[in-house]
Design a protein around this ligand. Structure first.
Ligand code: F6P
Length: 511
C-alpha cells in the first residue's frame, strides 16, 4: 500500500486513546489524559520512541483528525453509536469479557455483534497500516482487537506485529463456547509474538491452538501450516508471559511529595482518624470481587471483631461500562449493600463504609494509598490488578498491608501479600484480621519485599522485555545480565526525559 502521511517506527493500538475530551467552563472541548492502568503504562513507554497511538476517542461519530498531546501522536478511530453498542459494549464486554473471566456472568452471543467487531477491527488495522513506517513494530493491545494482527499482516506484510492481552486468556473449555473461536485464534496468529500476563494464560492459548484447531505446538510456540504442500512456508508464533507493571519511580516520587503526604493525613483526619483505615479501590466490575470484600467486612462488623470509628472502610468504585446491564445491576447491588451496612453498623458521625463512586486524579489516589492501613484487593479473576502494584509503589514508608486475591496476576509476583480466596468469605475475614493485627515488623518486612519486586519489574522493564521478545520472536531472547538490564533502563529513562523536553519545546513553538 502507498503511504501518504507521516509514518512511525512504533505504532501502539488500543481500544481507547490515552486521552478523553472534557468540556471546559465555556463549553469548549479539551483533550485530557485519561486515568487507567494501560494509559499510564504505555505513556511512559511511548515517550521514548518515535511512536503513534491508534485508538477510539470514547465518543460516537467520525474520527477527529490526528493530533498531538503531551508529546504523543494520537490517531483517532471513529465509531458510530451502533458500533459502540455492538463492538464495545456487546461483543467486547458482553461476549468476550465474561468468557475470559471464568463466566462469572453468562456470555451473550449475537452474530450482528460479531460482524461489527470484525468491521471495527478492520478499521483499526487500516489506520495502523496507513501510519506504520516500513518495517515498523506494531503493538496491539487487548481483547477488543484480537483480529487486528492478521488484518494488519494482510495489509502490511513488511511490519513486525505483537499483541498483548491485559486480561486472562480462558481455559479451552470456556473458549470453546465462542462460536467464532477459529476466527479469533486466526486473527491473533497474524502476530509474531503474543504476550500474556501469566504463563497459565499463554498455555491456555497454546492448548486452544492444539486442541480446538489441531495446530502443532512445541514449548511456547505454535506453527501454522499454510494450505498446500510447502511445509517450509509455515510461520511460527511465540506465546509467552510478560506481566505488566506500574511506573514505580513515578509513583514512589509522587507519594513522597509533601502535598500527597499532607493530603494522606488530611484524609485520615476527615474520616475521624480511625486506628485502622481499610481501603478498597476497583473499577465497578463484577470481576473485581467488591461484593465479596463488602460481605467479609460486614460479617466482621456483625461478629464485633471490628467497629467504627476504630476501624472504617473507604470503598472507591471507579465508574465503568455503565450502559452494560451487568454493570448497572452491580452498581445497584453495591450501593444497596453499602446502605445496609451503614444503617446497621455506623456509629454517630462515623459511617462504617465511606462509599465513593468517582474517578480521582493520580495524586489523590496516591494519598489514599498512603493513608490506608489495609488495602483490600479481592478480584474473582483479574489479568494483573495494577491497583495492588500501585499501592505497593506508594508505600515508601513501608507501612500498610496488602490483602490480595490469589486469582489476580499480581499474586504471581506479590507472594508476600496477605493472600485470600475471595470465594471463601471466612478466609477473607481471617486474612483481613491477620493484616490488621500483624506486628509492624512483619508488615514492614512484607512491604519491603513487594516493593523490591515491583521496583525491579516496573513498567519500563515490561516494555523493554516485550519489545525485545517481539524483535526475537519466535525465539526466546537470550537472558541478559542484570547489569545490561539496568543500563538499558537508564538509557531508556534518559531518552524519555530528552524526548519529552524536546516535545514540550516543539509544542510550545510549533513551526
Ligand atoms: O484491562 C482491561 C480493560 O479493558 C483495559 O483495556 C481498559 O483500560 C480497562 O479495562 C477499562 O475498560 P474500558 O475501556 O472498557 O472502560
Amino acid at each position: 500500500m502507498t503511504l501518504v502521511g507521516p509514518t512511525f517506527d512504533l505504532v501502539v493500538a488500543a481500544n481507547r486513546l490515552p486521552v478523553e475530551r472534557v468540556l471546559d467552563a465555556h463549553g469548549v472541548g479539551r483533550w485530557h489524559r485519561s486515568p487507567g492502568g494501560l494509559v499510564t503504562a504505555l505513556d511512559s513507554v511511548m515517550q521514548g520512541h518515535d511512536a503513534a497511538w491508534v485508538g477510539w476517542s470514547g465518543e460516537a461519530g467520525p474520527a477527529p483528525a490526528p493530533f498531538r498531546k503531551d508529546g504523543l501522536h494520537l490517531i483517532p478511530v471513529g465509531m458510530s453509536p451502533v458500533e459502540i453498542q455492538e463492538y464495545y459494549e456487546g461483543f467486547s464486554n458482553e461476549t468476550l469479557w465474561p468468557i475470559y473471566h471464568d463466566v462469572i456472568v453468562p456470555a451473550t452471543f449475537h452474530r450482528a455483534w460479531w460482524n461489527t467487531y470484525r468491521t471495527v477491527n478492520h478499521r483499526f488495522a487500516q489506520a495502523i497500516a496507513e501510519v506504520a513506517a516500513p518495517g515498523a513494530r506494531i503493538w496491539v493491545h487487548d481483547y477488543q482487537l484480537q483480529l487486528v494482527p492478521a488484518m494488519v499482516r494482510e495489509l502490511r506484510p513488511d511490519v513486525r506485529i505483537g499483541w498483548f492481552n491485559h486480561i486472562p486468556f480462558p481455559p479451552v473449555q470456556l473458549f470453546a463456547q465462542l462460536p467464532w473461536r477459529r476466527s479469533v485464534v486466526e486473527g491473533l496468529l497474524g502476530a509474531d509474538f503474543l504476550g500474556f500476563q501469566r504463563t497459565a494464560d499463554a498455555q491456555n492459548f497454546l492448548r486452544v491452538c492444539h486442541l480446538l484447531l489441531g495446530m502443532a505446538t512445541k514449548a511456547d510456540t505454535v506453527t501454522l501450516t499454510p494450505p498446500g504442500d510447502d511445509l517450509c512456508a509455515g510461520r511460527t508464533v511465540r506465546a509467552a508471559a510478560i506481566p505488566i507493571s506500574v511506573d514505580f519511580e513515578e509513583l514512589d516520587a509522587l507519594s513522597r511529595t509533601p502535598t500527597v503526604v499532607a493530603r494522606a493525613a488530611q484524609i485520615r483526619a476527615s474520616l475521624g482518624d480511625p486506628r485502622i483505615l481499610i481501603l478498597g479501590v476497583a473499577r465497578l466490575d463484577y470481576t473485581k470481587g467488591i461484593r465479596h470484600g463488602l460481605k467479609a467486612y460486614e460479617e466482621l462488623l456483625r461478629d464485633k471483631q471490628i467497629a467504627p470509628p476504630d476501624v472504617t472502610l473507604m470503598q472507591v468504585a471507579l465508574p465503568s461500562r455503565e450502559r452494560v446491564k451487568a454493570y448497572r445491576l452491580l452498581r445497584e447491588e453495591v450501593a444497596g449493600t453499602v446502605g445496609r451496612i451503614n444503617g446497621e453498623y455506623s456509629a454517630f458521625c462515623s459511617p462504617a463504609v465511606h462509599y465513593l463512586h468517582h474517578f480521582y486524579p493520580r495524586a489523590e489516589m496516591a494519598a489514599m494509598f498512603l493513608a490506608a492501613d489495609v488495602m483490600l484487593v479481592t478480584p474473582l479473576r483479574d489479568g494483573m490488578n495494577l491497583i495492588a502494584k500501585e499501592y505497593v509503589a506508594c508505600r515508601h514508608d513501608l507501612g500498610g498491608a496488602l490483602v490480595l486475591s490469589e486469582f489476580t496476576g499480581a499474586w504471581q509476583e506479590l507472594h508476600e501479600a496477605f493472600i485470600c480466596n475471595p470465594h471463601d468469605i471466612e478466609g477473607v475475614k481471617q486474612t483481613i484480621m491477620g493484616a490488621i493485627t500483624a506486628p509492624d515488623s512483619e508488615r514492614r518486612h512484607r512491604m519491603k519485599a513487594m516493593r523490591e519486586r515491583v521496583a525491579d519489574h516496573d513498567v519500563q522493564r515490561w516494555a523493554i522485555d516485550y519489545l525485545e521478545a517481539l524483535a526475537s520472536a519466535p525465539q526466546n531472547p537470550h537472558a541478559r545480565s542484570r547489569a545490561n538490564q539496568a543500563e538499558e533502563r537508564r538509557i531508556e529513562r534518559a531518552n524519555r526525559a530528552n524526548r519529552s523536553a524536546s516535545d514540550t519545546a516543539s509544542e510550545r513553538n510549533p513551526h
